[in-house]
Design a protein around this ligand. Structure first.
Ligand SMILES: *Cc1c(COP(=O)(O)O)cnc(C)c1O
Length: 434
């Protein structure tokens, strides 16, 4: 597999290089030089395959031998060891539940696959890989649990004190082994600044093999294509093949993976990018002007992104053709007030509890339906389990949220985190004294 930079199509690297660099020096993003199309035979019979089988087929086509077949199969069976069911709310509305992994968010797909790909390429007797990650909540948990116990890796997570939910904090701070959590007396931006400084620090880079686990890594994007194909397979079994996917979007990695699947031959009628009031993309699709803004805080805080980092990938896939992009992606934004009303409406109509991000995806699907009649099936993604965002819910709904087993166990564990101020000296000293 060869990948280029979205900023320079002549710069080509292999898969392992793209995985460890995360980002090319020219600050573009890595994309496959050519996007393979799956054979029609496979798509026509896709309902016969399981999620791991589909994942193996899709990954094999994309990776083109970068990981030999047998190794890739083992890697996928290990990484994708949980389900992504579509659940019917009514005859033409399905929710694609992506929260059945260890951290209860869709980021588990990316983090588990990435950690195993990195471990695979590291082999023995190489320097330990130091993964640094700043988190506002969901990313840290997925990365921590994704790398937990993975040989030759060590993870350091920085999170802002008091700004993540209790469950999120426990997911970061109760792992032990190769996972270290640092509670920063500051904001998410402070955490991110510290990680950036560490990557730019020569002495640290001489001493440690640093890498980032953020959502722009190509090995996080690839496994997110799997569940789109698998959703199609599940719905095809029920005779539904005209699909509209609504995806709650922040950095636009999830929907970029859906569009990559589409480019690989997945039949999709329409994608909907659902956002909160951080609406850079809906504004772009309305006006043709791409203008980023500082992010504002919302109930759907994993989508509080003013400059969606994966958007350039989408532009690249469609040759920067505005018309093509605005045909395949419709986009709608929702306020916190609307999000809360959405949570209540889903609960009242379907007896289903959706996290705020999920509710936004449903709202966007409903809005699309008002403007587009037809006999299609709407599939909206549930990107996290509701229990991760308890403070958003009205009491009567909050009381009904079922706590999954993997979370119950967390409450018996002891929180372990190093407290730290926001100075780079403190962080650097910590890393040097590992
Ligand atoms: C990260 C996240 C999102 C946003 O996904 P992107 O790929 O950044 O668009 C949506 N919902 C939840 C719960 C998340 O954790």
């Amino acid at each position: 597999m060869k990948l280029y930079s979205t900023n320079n199509h002549n710069l080509k690297v292999d898969f392992a290089t793209a995985v460890f660099n995360s980002m090319p020096l020219d600050k573009g993003l890595y994309m496959p030089v050519s996007i393979p199309e799956l054979d029609q035979e496979f798509i026509s019979n896709i309902e016969q395959y399981t999620l791991p089988e589909i994942a193996f087929k899709v990954a094999s086509e994309l990776l083109q031998g970068a990981v030999p077949s047998d190794d890739l199969k083992n890697l996928i069976d290990d990484a994708i060891n949980f389900d992504a069911p579509v659940v019917a709310l009514d005859d033409h509305t399905y929710v694609l539940e992506l929260f059945h992994g260890p951290s209860l968010a869709f980021k588990d797909f990316g983090a588990r696959f990435m950690s195993r790909v990195m471990a695979y390429f590291l082999k023995d007797n190489e320097k330990t890989l130091d993964v640094l990650v700043a988190t506002s909540g969901d990313t840290g948990g997925a990365v921590a649990l994704g790398f937990l116990g993975v040989p030759h890796t060590r993870v350091t997570i920085l999170y802002p004190k008091g700004k993540v939910s209790d469950i999120q904090e426990l997911q970061l701070c109760t792992n032990g082994r190769n996972i270290h959590a640092i509670e920063i007396e500051g904001t998410f931006d402070d955490c991110q600044a510290l990680v950036k400084q560490a990557f730019a620090d020569e002495q640290l880079n001489d001493k440690l093999r640093l890498t980032s686990a953020n959502s722009i890594n190509i090995s996080r994007l690839i496994p997110q294509t799997f569940y789109y194909f698998n959703a199609y397979a599940q719905l095809k079994r029920q005779g539904k093949t005209e699909l509209v996917f609504s995806v709650p979007s922040g950095n636009f990695g999830n929907i970029a993976a859906g569009l990559l699947a589409y480019k690989m031959g997945l039949p999709v009628k329409q994608f909907i990018a659902a956002t909160n009031v951080n609406d850079t993309v809906p504004r772009f699709l309305e006006t043709g002007v791409y203008e980023t803004k500082p992010s504002v805080q919302t109930y759907a805080n994993a989508m509080d992104v003013g400059a969606p980092s994966n958007w350039v990938r989408i532009m690249d896939m469609f040759g920067n053709d505005f018309k093509a992009i605005s045909n395949i992606i419709k986009s709608y934004r929702f306020t916190d007030e609307e999000t809360l009303a959405g949570i209540k409406a889903i609960y009242n109509q379907f007896d289903y509890i959706a996290c705020p991000h999920t509710a936004i995806a449903w709202l966007a699907l409903e809005k699309y339906r008002l403007e587009n009649k037809g006999d299609y099936t709407g599939v909206f993604s549930s990107t996290a389990h509701a229990c991760k965002f308890p403070d958003v819910f009205p009491e009567e709904i909050k009381d009904k949220i079922e706590i999954p087993a993997q979370v119950g166990a967390l409450f018996n564990k002891e929180k372990q985190a190093t407290k730290m101020d926001t100075s780079f000296e403190s962080f650097k000293a910590y890393l040097n004294n590992y």
